[in-house]
Design a protein around this ligand. Structure first.
Ligand SMILES: Cc1ncc(COP(=O)(O)O)c(C=O)c1O
Length: 393
């Protein structure tokens, strides 16, 4: 029995009729760009995120790029973020002409370490992009405190964290501006590409609206050079339907995470830690283990799909070689790249599937551990490597 990494078909089966009706409505109206379908989804999404404004854009990368531009960030500026994220976070910074400055993560939550931000601030620093990685909000209070003291903007990369909360506040409402992706596999996913920016600042919302549509102020009047980055009406109509189910889907993801946690509790494998006062929406369920490669192989042989998020930290990517980082600069990001494994996670994941996956993981970890002992391997445990990384600081 194969177990996929995500199962988009299972979810579609439950929505088929509603989606077909929404698509028919757009086709009948022939309003494919903008219009009421977009405005209506933007209103719903802003309300869901507890913000005053939401603006749809073409994808999550553009959401970040346009948000940075709307804040006036560009050539010569520095923007602090983490290296343990998808490349889009830093690519969007680079696209403005600014320099991405990478700092390390907290090993327990995999989100940016606020203490490292403080050390990285220079006279050129303009903003912090806090990534709510895997569905867990970054530690926003200390981040916002640094931003206030050093006059920096705070941008949320919420591409993986629709509906997560930090101290009772939803992602999207935690910084100056927040950026979402609706890539199909995301917690709220479109049937194609899509993204959104949320904010409580009317001027930022207005600027995003202009930037996503060729800098337009009226049909043939362009106040600035902008982009073509719109969320189309079909995707907006589909997202409006799916948004109604998001809380239930996130609850199912949390339930699956609890099953995994219980099954792996005595295995010596590190399971995700949720920060006190936060809710995690488990876009990904990521374990940390020395036996990562052996476990992955065993799961693959058993027909269970897995992922690695992310195998090469951004400071060591060829695309950013010109920034001058070296191996060892960000020990926790590097440790996670070597030891983390993403297990199947989607709202429809069943109890028996988690049970089967966890049994394979436990058996593989035990067998590989014994093998190392038998060979007298001195390879350090995950905990030892984390401690070693601490000492490097
Ligand atoms: C953390 C993060 N930021 C940004 C993005 C970019 O979103 P998109 O693929 O919609 O451009 C993604 C999507 O994978 C992501 O995971």
């Amino acid at each position: 029995m194969q177990i996929p990494f995500v199962d988009l078909k299972a979810q579609y089966e439950t929505l088929k009729d509603d989606v077909a009706e929404a698509i028919r409505g757009i086709l009948d109206s022939a309003q494919f760009i903008g219009g009421e379908a977009l405005a209506s989804f933007e209103r719903d999404f802003a309300a869901y995120c507890q913000t005053c404004h939401a603006r749809g854009v073409a994808n999550g990368t553009d959401a970040l790029h346009l948000a940075l531009r709307a804040l006036g960030i560009g050539d010569g500026d520095e923007v602090i973020t983490t290296a343990h994220t998808f490349i889009a976070t830093a690519a969007a910074i680079a696209a403005t002409g600014a320099r991405p400055v990478f700092v390390d993560i907290e090993p327990d939550t995999c989100t940016i370490d606020p203490r490292m931000i403080e050390r990285a601030v220079t006279d050129h620093t303009k903003a912090i992009v806090a990534v709510h990685l895997f569905g867990q909000p970054a530690d926003m209070d200390p981040i916002k405190d640094i931003a206030r003291r050093r006059s920096l903007h705070v941008i949320e990369d919420a591409a993986q964290a629709h509906g997560a909360e930090y101290q009772g506040v939803r992602t999207g409402a935690l910084g100056d501006v927040a950026c979402f992706s609706f890539y199909p596999g995301k917690n709220l996913g479109a049937y194609g590409d899509g993204g959104a920016v949320t904010t409580n600042n009317a001027a930022i919302a207005e600027r995003i609206e202009r930037l996503r549509d060729h800098g337009r102020t009226s049909h043939y009047s362009h106040a600035e050079v902008g982009f073509n980055s719109r969320l189309d009406a079909l995707q907006a109509a589909i997202l409006k339907i799916k948004l109604r189910h998001l809380d239930d889907w996130n609850a199912n993801r949390r339930r699956a995470a609890e099953w995994y946690n219980a099954e792996l509790a005595q295995s010596g494998i590190k399971t995700p830690l949720v920060r006190r006062g936060s809710t995690h929406v488990y876009h990904l369920y990521v374990i940390v283990t020395n036996e990562r490669d052996a476990i992955r192989k065993r799961l693959d042989e058993a027909g269970v799909a897995t992922g690695i998020h992310y195998p090469v930290p951004l400071h060591l990517q060829p695309a950013f070689v010109h920034l001058g980082y070296r191996q060892g600069d960000l020990p926790y990001c590097e440790a996670m790249a070597a030891q983390s494994l993403s297990l199947p996670m989607f709202p429809e994941l069943a109890r028996h599937q988690v049970h089967r996956i966890a049994a394979i993981v436990r058996a593989a970890a035990e067998q590989d551990g014994h093998e190392r002992l038998r060979l007298g391997s001195t390879y350090p445990s995950a905990a030892q490597r984390i401690d070693a990384a601490k000492e490097l600081r």
